[in-house]
Design a protein around this ligand. Structure first.
Ligand code: NAP
Length: 309
């Protein structure tokens, strides 16, 4: 008899996984670990990909608190899992708890994709490349031509996006974060990418500003793309990460959040007459890249896209 998978599993389930999962068919061999995790659409998308490729496995949600991550990874390493995704808030902590990191993860110091080979956890990061592809598909522009402001530059996602902007040699990058020291540390890390002068006018190519309205206002005249990489907006009662009055029609606004599909920030962008996009296409592209890491094959992107729609 086939057992139904539940909405989400916990560390307590992983502790007795063989018993819990005995009758689950297809077997759960992939999952996303997060806190919160109920919002994640990765299971719908990845399960569609597994079905399209006729792989006998399924992907589940695991609600793992920050203090539980080490134990969860320990259990997963020794179970028959192909890999997993890490989401908020585990990407940076996860980097310190894997056995090996590929170039994409070591460059950023954060992990969103883990594959398991011979009981070893090998970490990668597909967020930056996923973001790059999403911006291209949503706005028909390339990062290299943009002046970008990232709010939440201290988190795993903000760091991955900042590094991608640096690798693409984007015109200008402004880092904003609640905890200023983290943005300053990232600036030091990225400085060498921005040494070359580009014909731009007086604004510095790489800057950190505190998360204050007056300081952000001074930057936004020289910015094309505003990115929210904080979790602010996941709750409908959250305020926008920047006041709507700072958004102008020339801006493009990208909110990494995709649930809810229209955050306070995106509504403000719409009101300001700016182009905007939520994080759904980033989810698709980073997830497709994760799939190819786990299975070493082309991801069925149309099936994944359809599942998200
Ligand atoms: P994270 O590592 O926990 O980072 C959170 C960042 O947001 C930090 O810079 C933090 O600032 C800031 N922050 C947190 N709460 C804040 C608050 N109340 N006010 C102001 N700043 C706050 O999280 P993450 O994994 O990077 O994820 C961030 C968001 O991106 C989440 O909403 C996640 O769902 C989304 N995301 C979407 C995709 C996609 O595919 N669409 C992919 C990845 C992530 P401090 O440094 O001061 O703590």
């Amino acid at each position: 008899m086939k057992a139904q998978t539940t909405q989400r599993y916990t560390l307590a389930d992983l502790e007795q996984w063989r018993e819990i999962s005995r009758d689950i068919d297809p077997p759960i061999r992939l999952g996303v670990l997060g806190d919160p995790v109920a919002h994640s659409f990765s299971p719908e998308m990845q399960n569609a990909a597994l079905r399209a490729c006729e792989i006998n496995a399924q992907y589940a949600r695991f609600h793992i608190r920050p203090s539980e991550l080490r134990s969860a990874l320990h259990f997963l390493r020794n179970l028959n899992f192909a890999g997993m995704n890490l989401t908020v808030p585990h990407k940076i902590a996860g980097f310190g708890q894997i056995d090996e990191a590929d170039e994409s993860a070591s460059r950023i110091g954060a992990v969103n994709t883990i594959r398991i080979r011979d009981n070893k956890l090998v970490g990668s990061n597909t967020d930056g490349e996923g973001f790059l592809r999403a911006v291209r598909s949503e706005f028909s522009v390339d990062l290299r031509d943009l002046r970008v402001l990232i709010i939440g530059a201290g988190g795993g996602t903000g760091r991955a996006i900042a590094l991608q902007c640096a690798l693409e040699n984007c015109e200008r990058l402004v880092l904003v974060n609640r905890t200023l020291e983290k943005a300053n540390a990232l600036l030091q890390h990225l400085r060498s990418f921005f040494m070359e002068a580009r014909v731009l006018g007086p604004a510095a190519r790489l800057e950190v500003v505190a998360w204050e309205e007056s300081l952000m206002r001074m930057q936004l005249g020289d910015i094309d793309l505003i990115v929210n990489a904080t979790p602010l907006g996941m709750n409908p009662s959250d305020p926008a990460p920047i006041p709507g009055r700072l958004i102008a029609p020339h801006h493009m606004v990208f909110d990494c959040i995709y649930g809810p599909s229209k955050t306070t920030l995106l509504r403000a962008a719409e009101q300001a007459g700016a182009r905007s996009a939520n994080g759904m296409s980033m989810l698709l592209h980073q997830g497709a890249l994760s799939f190819s890491i786990w299975f070493d094959r082309e991801p069925p992107i149309d099936a994944m896209h359809k599942a998200l729609l």
